[in-house]
Design a protein around this ligand. Structure first.
Ligand SMILES: [Zn+2]
Length: 140
């Protein structure tokens, strides 16, 4: 097994902000699953959750400077980074909200539509790359 407890990993869905360690592993339906625990220095905390292999990749422990930079980003900046990092995948507002752990759906919607209006992103009817719904989606 390549992924060990205590190793630093980042979630592929949001690799710049969802960085943490593997706290535990267990076997579920003949597959190993991994308990992801986000680095507690990040302001936006995701609850611990069981991830599957392929949901994350190994990475270095982030520096304090890096964490401070991420913590100081505004919601539109976070959304922009997320869409650019995952380019050209399209996301619905709900999946952007979940990936970035935003408190309100409206924050994702405003940031995505605002970015589209200023020319940064493309927004329109399409299929969300996460949930597969045919709704209004945004991509970089
Ligand atoms: Zn979605």
């Amino acid at each position: 097994m390549s992924n060990q407890v205590g190793e630093y990993v980042r979630l592929l869905l949001a690799p710049r902000t969802r960085i943490g360690t593997i706290k535990d592993t267990k076997i579920e339906h003949d597959q190993t699953v991994y308990l992801f625990h986000q680095d507690e220095r990040f302001a936006d905390q995701l609850g611990d959750y069981w991830a599957e292999e392929g949901d994350f990749e190994p990475c270095e422990r982030p520096t304090d400077e890096y964490v401070a930079e991420i913590n100081s980003l505004t919601v539109p900046e976070k959304v922009a980074q997320f869409l650019q990092a995952n380019r050209p995948s399209a996301y619905c507002d709900t999946c952007i909200q979940k990936a970035l752990n935003l408190k309100r759906h409206q924050q994702a919607q405003q940031a995505a539509s605002g970015g589209a209006a200023s020319g940064g992103f493309i927004r329109g009817a399409g299929t969300c790359s996460v949930c597969g719904k045919n709704v209004e989606v945004t991509h970089a």
